[in-house]
Ligand binder design. Structure first.
Ligand code: KIV
Length: 268
């Protein structure tokens, strides 16, 4: 099977919506691969896998470890890996060094970075050096301290205009696609109409060219809090709790392992 590349993804513009999910582990990635176009090894792994309060302490070695697991266990989806906070903002050269180390170590097909107009020169620098880049505008979790929390973006005309400028700058810099996070519908719709690259929404309405969700959120596998834009497609936490409580009961009652789960003893 041929793995999807950035040109396959760009060809979706205005056609069938792109299906994107985050993946952090081999077991999840193996299950998701056949159903999605892109697997995003997002820095949300800091919160989802490591229980961090936000994404700011995620490191390049973490992204490489999880990125390798996802690439090794998949055949079809384009794998995109996030550049974590502090690994790319200082200069285009720093972003290039981080991106090349991630791509060389994992074999992923592209990197993603958060930022608008201010990051456009960095995106251009990477793209000109053969590094495919996915942009990420709107609610940027790595700017949580600057934003004063996770706030919906594009609520007034000035904000909407600056989001459109961000999107256009990232497109002009050569990004192959752009994530739009936590943005009001009319603004996401306008940006999607004005760009020639696919937009991938998360909390940004069906107007986008594709959708991305955090896998644990949509499976109901994570903690108590999930954002209001997430639809829970399963109750994995409930299923897990039921299975584990049954296992615990059976172990304590010496009902597990029963004979069929033991190696038989054969007399010669
Ligand atoms: O880190 C992440 O998982 C992301 C998506 C939620 C878009 O950036």
């Amino acid at each position: 099977m041929k793995r999807l590349n950035i040109h396959d993804i760009m060809a979706h513009k205005g056609k069938e919506p792109l299906v994107v999910l985050t993946a952090y582990t081999a077991s999840n990635a193996r299950l998701l691969d056949e159903y999605v176009d892109i697997l995003l090894v997002g820095d949300s792994l800091g919160m989802v896998v490591y229980g961090m309060e936000n994404t700011l302490a995620v490191t390049v070695p973490m992204m490489i470890a999880h990125g390798k697991a996802v690439v090794c266990s998949t055949k079809k989806a384009l794998v995109v890996i996030d550049l974590p906070f502090g690994s790319f903002q200082a200069s285009p050269a720093q972003a290039c060094e981080t991106s090349t180390s991630i791509i060389a170590a994992t074999g992923c097909g592209a990197v993603k970075l958060e930022g608008g107009v201010e990051m456009a020169p960095t995106v251009k620098f990477l793209v000109e050096r053969g590094i495919p880049v996915m942009g990420h505008i709107g609610l940027k979790p790595q700017s949580v301290n600057a934003m004063g929390g996770y706030r919906t973006q594009g609520k007034n005309e000035k904000d909407a205009q600056s989001l459109l400028e961000d999107a256009k700058a990232i497109e002009l810099a050569g990004a192959f696609a752009i994530v739009i996070e936590g943005v009001v519908e009319a603004v996401a719709k306008d940006i999607t109409a004005q760009l020639s690259i696919p937009t991938i929404g998360i909390g940004a309405s069906p107007a986008c060219d594709g959708q991305v969700l955090v896998i644990d959120d949509m499976l109901g596998a994570g903690g108590e809090y999930i954002p209001s834009f997430v639809k829970r497609y399963a109750d994995v936490a409930g299923i897990t709790k039921k299975a584990v409580s049954e296992y615990a009961k059976e172990v304590r009652a010496r009902r597990f392992p029963s004979a069929e789960y033991c190696y038989p003893y054969k007399k010669n």
